[in-house]
Structure formats: structure tokens, C-alpha cells
Design a protein around this ligand. Structure first.
Ligand SMILES: Cc1ncc(COP(=O)(O)O)c(C=O)c1O
Length: 372
């Protein structure tokens, strides 16, 4: 991509190998569940460092099936973050259970463990933490809460393929984790998802649930769904998994270039990386505070005019969505930090198609606008 063309905020990086992999599957004639899916599951489990990986149709299905496998149901409460993509909380609603929103840590934008503690009741069954933007949540603190209160700990790792917490890959740090391979993610299969877990019974139950509750061919033991991954998607996923270290390194290099410049710009707060974290920058998110001469939305417009795409992840916290308001599910303690983040955050292009020069140009443009 030349430096004069528009830089989109997201764009998947695919090469000859993905085309070849798809061709191989099409020629094999095995298009739905097949050997590519099974190989992808084995390779993904090995990469994350867990015993089991179960491929599903998308990340939302991964979350939904984890909650079903743990038999979360009506009357249960699940504590989660108000500052995520809607799917995190909707998976709780699918079970007839109640999402309880705790506020976030303003530095990492992830769920704040102390705020979670305040909201535990006898009805609490689980916590869903999100490794938002690719920065891991503070899993040691969440592990302790889960153990002390006998809660199921679920990781929403949809934005954090390959991120590390104290040297361990996320997706291996709770009872089960959900990944998404949506087109904009750090690795993609177009649409797709994966559950990772060390719990054999949960893995087996999800294998059944994704396939109409089939225990064996045409023996249906419970109400399941068709949430399988296709062999075509899995073949792409296997190539993308091999590329992932390089894709994440490119994101990290771009992030470093931008942070070096933006950390000196008054009113802009670049993303941080905790000493115990390896951030994979699914999104590179700055805060545009009131000390910057433009508001977040004005800056987004000025950048667009200069050929730089941006996005806001997310402009409205989940409990403020009309769906949640109509259900009367708010934020018990108000979630002031999540609301402030929703007003201030702006995602800049950081994906592997962005060259080092472009990353520098994006950050310099924001610095120059800051001087006007
Ligand atoms: C944090 C988070 N959770 C869940 C999902 C749902 O994944 P999918 O779109 O694959 O259903 C996404 C992404 O889209 C996400 O970003």
C-alpha cells in the first residue's frame, strides 16, 4: 500500500499459502467438518498450551457453548465488563442468566478485580474477563477471586491471540477460553471461533453441543446446535496460526513507533503494557483527553480527511445499549471509568499492512494537530 492511499483501521493479511490451503480443501471435496478442523484444533491447543481446543462457527458461539457446558442458567449471575463488544454479555443473556457489570481499570481498560469483588453475591456463578484490545487481564487476581468464591473463570480471548500473561499464553489461564477468528482479528478464518480448556468434560460437551447434541452418528442425547467450523475455514486458520508470531510482531513494532511519538503529546494517553504483559495490539487505542485541542470525534474526522482511518471501540458501554436498558440491566456502581473510556478512546491503524513509515506518519499527524 502506498503512503498516499487511505489507511484503513483494519485489514486482514492473507497470502499465497491461504489460497493454496483453500484450494486443497476444495479439491478434497470435504468442505464441512473434516481433517483440517481436527488438525487446527490440535495445533491451536498446542499453541495455547492446553489439553483441548474445540473449533466452532464464531467467537460468540464459543462463549455461548462454554456457558452452556458449565450449565449457567436462569437465576445465575455472571460478572463481566461493561466495556467490550456486545457478544461478551449477550452470551450470558442467552442462558437466561443475568450479566452483572463491574467497572474497568482505566490504565488497561480491562475488568478491575477489586470492582468484581464488590459485586459477588450468593447467586454469582462465573466471571468472564476480556483481554481487551490484546492486553491481558490481571489473571492472578481473578484466579484468586474465583478460587476463594468457587466461581468459574472464563477468558474472552477474542482479541488476544498470542498475548501473554506472566509468560503464559492467554486462553490457558482460566477454566475455559473463547477465541474469535473474525476477519479483523489478529488471525482470521473469515468467521470462526475456538474454545480452549483443560477440562475434558467441558471439551466433550462442547463437541456435542456444536453438533446437534450427537453422542454418536444420529444418536442425539441433548438439544444441541449446528455451530461447527468448516474445513475451509480451518485450513485458513492453520496457515494464519503459523503466521501469528510474525503478524503480532508487526503490530508490536508499529505500536512501539507510535507510542514513542505519542507519549510526548499533551492530552493524548497512549496504550500501556504492564510489566507482566505481552500486548498483541489487536487495537492500538489512545485516549484523547480534554487537554488535547480537539475532541476525540473531531480528531477522528481530521485524521480521516488526512487519509487515516480510525474507529471507536466502543462508543457506548454495554449496559447503556437499548437492549440492556429495556431489560433493566444497568451498572450497579455506575461504571464511571468505563463511561469515561467510551467518551475518550480512539483506535488507530496498527495492523500488519501498516508500514513503519505509515505508523510514524499517523503519530506525527496527531502530534502536529496537537500543536495547532
Ligand atoms: C471481545 C469479543 N468477544 C466476543 C466476540 C465475538 O466473536 P465473533 O464476532 O467471532 O462472534 C468479539 C468479536 O467480534 C470480541 O471482540
Amino acid at each position: 500500500m502506498g503512503s498516499t492511499s487511505f489507511i484503513p483501521v483494519a485489514r486482514p493479511l492473507l497470502g499465497e499459502e491461504e489460497f493454496e490451503a483453500v484450494r486443497r480443501v476444495l479439491e478434497s471435496g470435504i468442505l464441512a467438518h473434516g481433517p483440517e478442523v481436527e488438525a487446527f484444533e490440535r495445533e491451536f491447543a498446542e499453541f495455547v498450551g492446553v489439553d483441548y481446543a474445540v473449533a466452532v462457527a464464531n467467537g460468540t458461539a464459543a462463549l455461548d457453548l462454554i456457558l452452556k457446558a458449565y450449565r449457567i442458567r436462569e437465576g445465575d449471575e455472571v460478572i463481566t465488563t461493561p466495556f467490550s463488544f456486545i457478544a461478551t454479555a449477550n452470551a450470558i443473556l442467552y442462558q437466561g442468566a443475568r450479566p452483572v457489570f463491574a467497572d474497568i481499570d482505566p490504565e488497561t481498560y480491562n475488568l478491575d478485580p477489586d470492582k468484581v469483588l464488590e459485586l459477588i453475591t450468593p447467586r454469582t456463578r462465573a466471571i468472564i474477563v476480556v483481554h481487551l484490545y490484546g492486553h491481558p487481564a490481571d489473571m492472578k487476581a481473578f484466579r484468586k477471586i474465583a478460587e476463594d468464591h468457587k466461581l468459574i473463570l472464563i477468558e474472552d480471548a477474542a482479541q488476544a491471540h498470542g498475548a501473554e500473561y506472566r509468560g503464559r499464553i492467554v486462553g490457558s489461564l482460566g477454566d475455559a477460553a473463547a477465541f474469535s477468528f473474525y476477519a479483523t482479528k489478529n488471525m482470521t478464518t473469515g468467521e470462526g471461533g475456538m474454545v480452549t480448556t483443560n477440562d475434558r468434560r467441558v471439551a466433550e460437551r462442547i463437541r456435542m453441543l456444536r453438533d446437534h447434541g450427537q453422542a454418536e452418528k444420529y444418536l442425539h442425547v441433548e438439544l444441541g446446535y449446528n455451530l461447527r467450523m468448516t474445513n475451509i475455514a480451518a485450513a485458513i486458520g492453520r496457515v494464519q496460526l503459523r503466521r501469528l508470531p510474525q503478524l503480532n510482531s508487526r503490530r508490536r513494532e508499529n505500536a512501539e513507533v507510535m507510542t514513542r511519538i505519542l507519549s510526548r503529546v499533551k492530552g493524548i494517553v497512549p496504550p500501556i503494557e504492564k510489566p507482566w504483559a505481552r500486548h498483541v495490539y489487536h487495537q492500538y487505542v489512545i485516549r484523547v483527553t480534554s487537554s488535547y485541542p480537539y475532541t476525540r470525534d473531531e480528531l477522528a474526522k481530521l485524521l480521516r480527511e488526512r487519509g487515516i482511518g480510525t474507529a471507536v471501540h466502543y462508543p457506548r458501554i454495554i449496559p447503556d445499549q437499548p437492549l440492556y436498558q429495556s431489560l433493566g440491566i444497568g451498572c450497579p456502581r455506575g461504571c464511571p471509568e468505563a463511561r469515561r473510556a467510551a467518551r475518550e478512546v480512539l483506535s488507530l491503524p496498527v495492523h500488519p499492512h501498516v508500514s513503519r513509515e505509515q505508523a510514524e506518519m499517523i503519530a506525527r499527524t496527531i502530534a502536529e494537530l496537537g500543536r495547532s
